[in-house]
Design a protein around this ligand. Sequence first.
Ligand SMILES: Cc1cc2nc3c(=O)[nH]c(=O)nc-3n(C[C@H](O)[C@H](O)[C@H](O)COP(=O)(O)O)c2cc1C
Ligand SMILES: O=C(O)C(=O)c1ccccc1
Length: 384
Amino acid sequence: MPTIVEIADLKKLAQKRVPKMFFDYADSGSWTESTYRANESDFQKIMLRQRVAVDMTNRNLKTQLVGQNISMPVAIAPTGLAGMQHADGEMLAAQACEEAGIPYTLSTMSICSIEDVAAATSQPFWFQLYVMKDRGFVNSLIDRAKAAGCSALVLTFDLQILGQRHKDIRNQLSAPPRLTPKHLLQMATRPGWCLKMAGTKRHDFRNIVGHAPGVTDLSSLGAWTAEQFDPKLSWEDIEWIKERWGGPLILKGILDPDDAAIAAQSGADALIVSNHGGRQLDGARSSIQALPSIVDKVGDQIEIHLDGGIRSGQDVLKALCMGAKGVYIGRPYLYGLGALGKPGVSKVLEIIRNELDITMALCGERDVTQLGLHNIDPASEFIK
Ligand SMILES: Cc1cc2nc3c(=O)[nH]c(=O)nc-3n(C[C@H](O)[C@H](O)[C@H](O)COP(=O)(O)O)c2cc1C
Ligand SMILES: O=C(O)C(=O)c1ccccc1
């Protein structure tokens, strides 16, 4: 077993353990992947101010997101097909989050169902909603999330149609799902993964299979989902969703200050500055570059979260200094899951927590809620 020091170590291990088409699915962005790369590399353009001779005892990482107490300002981002990185992936990741005291967000496109994850945990988790054309089905998802005790709804606004994903197309990982000889070969070279998958009944999109009309197997599921994402989704839809849901609502996928201004008036409790991890509009700016103009415009009106490119506790700190109240991690937790299952996700959270704590102390700060632009070197890019 290699020594695991940073997130990149878990990524290497996941690549060895997860069949290629599923590792690539998690690891890729859309088209040329320039936005995906910028999400990560733009964090390097921000420099921190080193301060010394400050009392570093009694440091605090605890904070709140949408009024809920959490042990550090980090949540798990919703990711479809997480259960393909590791058998029962969604249940295991939710358990790791529960132990770490941070929110887990379950994707609409999950392998395990809302009810599976509720049965595997004892603390509320968050649910991410995709608005489908079949509004009856959307209503039933909202009702099921409520019944399962979910404590926030994350409404994704940046996937009315799917971005162009070249790696998925090359790997033939597209609707309708079909196993090719190449897929079988990729799985055969990952026997540990196969054994665990053979040991679980949860192989399909259980939020959908058995709940959506006419979806009975993988092939009818592919046809149904391919035509279900709603190209007519609009700001007006927030109203009926908010009313039916009745709890904290978080709007995900805002990158432009003009959209942020509308989002701030929409009745949502928070927005997530996000480009879907560089998986939708390739060529859009990175999340961290987009953050300052959105904070400027609506920071006093709505709680602002961010995701995209967070690969360390230091990245978390930079996002907080620039005005995000909390961040989400997508790929890092998927790497942990693919590498080691639940202990891998716990390890990711432990690494990030430790890096955040040490970086904060070396910046001369003791409380994560007190970070701000005063901790950023004014010579950094994206800083006015
Ligand atoms: C494999 C994968 C699947 C994803 N599926 C969803 C999804 O089902 N719903 C959603 O709102 N976002 C989805 N996203 C986007 C993430 O929620 C998040 O915005 C992104 O991963 C953040 O960037 P990061 O991976 O660099 O942390 C997905 C991302 C990945 C990598
Ligand atoms: O892959 C994604 O980013 C995503 O959001 C998604 C969309 C449709 C099915 C599964 C995942």
